[in-house]
Design a protein around this ligand. Structure first.
Ligand code: ADP
Ligand code: MG
Length: 161
């Protein structure tokens, strides 16, 4: 499966998609999240991280640029790295900070404002775009690799319209 899109009627819709996505995740995935300020990128990611069993607060990495979470997928431990590159000054900053080293075959990386990391940010498996639509949101998910495609085929989401 290469593409999925849906309307998210309200915040609960975004939270429900985060839960559904958490069940479709695979180690090593890189997810890009495009969308304006306030689109719902952090809301979606927060729901996903909590649905993976993380109990603490999930803060927006607005100033820290990234936050890491240790998640347990059955017997396996996976590190999820949540980036927000909005305040990153330049792509060189990404390289100098060693951020590329977080992109391993085992880590899951979710990146808000991926355009700020162009061209040094590793390519995504799943490219997502959230836009305002009426009072809610519209989200598109594009698989750009075999792993991304596998993730989309594992995604079971029935919007509550
Ligand atoms: P971003 O990280 O994209 O800047 P946030 O997730 O921080 O955005 O904020 C999104 C805002 O939009 C929150 O106030 C949230 O309650 C709201 N929101 C999230 N999803 C929806 C939706 N589907 N419909 C309407 N409002 C939403
Ligand atoms: Mg955000």
């Amino acid at each position: 499966m290469r593409f999925f899109e849906t309307h998210l009627h309200d915040e609960n819709g975004t939270l429900a998609l985060g839960v559904a996505l958490s069940r479709a995740l695979l180690p090593g995935l890189v997810l890009y999240l495009h969308g304006d300020l306030g689109a719902g990128k952090t809301t979606l990611t927060r729901a996903l991280i909590h649905a993976c069993g993380y109990v603490g607060a999930v803060k927006s990495p607005t100033y820290t640029l990234l936050e890491t979470y240790e998640l347990h997928f059955g017997p396996d431990t996976v590190e999820l790295v949540h980036f927000d590159l909005y305040r990153m000054g330049s792509p060189e900053e990404f390289l100098d900070a060693g951020f590329r080293e977080y992109f391993t075959h085992n880590n899951i990386c979710i990146v808000e404002w991926p355009e700020k990391g162009d061209p040094v940010l590793p390519a995504p498996d799943l490219d997502m775009v959230i836009e305002t639509e009426g009072h809610g949101r519209h989200i598109k998910l594009h698989a750009l690799s075999e792993q991304g495609s596998l993730c989309l085929s594992r995604l079971h989401f029935a919007p509550n319209l």
